[in-house]
Design a protein around this ligand. Structure first.
Ligand SMILES: [Cu+2]
Length: 144
C-alpha cells in the first residue's frame, strides 16, 4: 500500500524535477540567449546607428573636395554657409585649399594621403580658391 503512493510520489517528484529542470534550462537559455542576443544586437545596432548618425551629419551639410593629379574635384563646389568642407589629398605631394586673395579659408598644407577640413564662409557668395603651392590649381566654392 505504501509502494504505489511512493512510486506515484516519486514519479511526481521526478516529473516535477524534470519539469523544473526543463523550465530552468528553458529559462536559462531564454535569459542567456534573449538577454545576450538582445544586448549584443542592441549594442551592434547602436554602434552602426551612431556611426551612420555621425556620417550623414557631415555629408548632409558639408561638401568635400578631393585633390587628385593636381586637380580639385570638383573644381566648383557648393557648401552651406559655415559648413565644414573636407579636403582629401590623393596626390603624392602637399596641396592646400586656400581662398584666393581673401584669406577667408585655408587648409594649410595637406600631406599626401591626408584629409583636412576648413569651414565655409558664413556669407553667401562665390569664393575662388587655389593651392598656395601650385597656384595653377584653381577652384570655386559657392556658399549659399
Ligand atoms: Cu598643390
Amino acid at each position: 500500500m505504501s509502494f504505489p503512493p511512493r512510486s506515484a510520489t516519486a514519479r511526481l517528484a521526478a516529473a516535477a524535477a524534470l519539469a523544473a529542470g526543463m523550465l530552468g534550462l528553458a529559462g536559462c537559455s531564454d535569459d542567456g540567449g534573449g538577454g545576450g542576443g538582445g544586448n549584443s544586437t542592441s549594442a551592434s545596432a547602436s554602434a552602426p546607428a551612431s556611426a551612420s548618425a555621425t556620417s550623414p551629419a557631415p555629408s548632409a551639410g558639408a561638401a568635400a573636395i578631393t585633390i587628385d593629379n593636381f586637380t580639385f574635384m570638383p573644381s566648383k563646389l557648393t557648401a552651406k554657409a559655415g559648413a565644414k568642407v573636407t579636403v582629401t589629398n590623393k596626390d603624392s605631394t602637399d596641396h592646400t585649399v586656400t581662398a584666393t586673395g581673401s584669406g577667408t579659408f585655408d587648409t594649410g598644407h595637406i600631406a599626401p594621403g591626408k584629409t583636412a577640413t576648413f569651414t565655409a564662409p558664413n556669407k553667401a557668395g562665390s569664393y575662388p580658391f587655389d593651392c598656395s603651392i601650385h597656384p595653377f590649381m584653381k577652384g570655386t566654392l559657392t556658399v549659399n
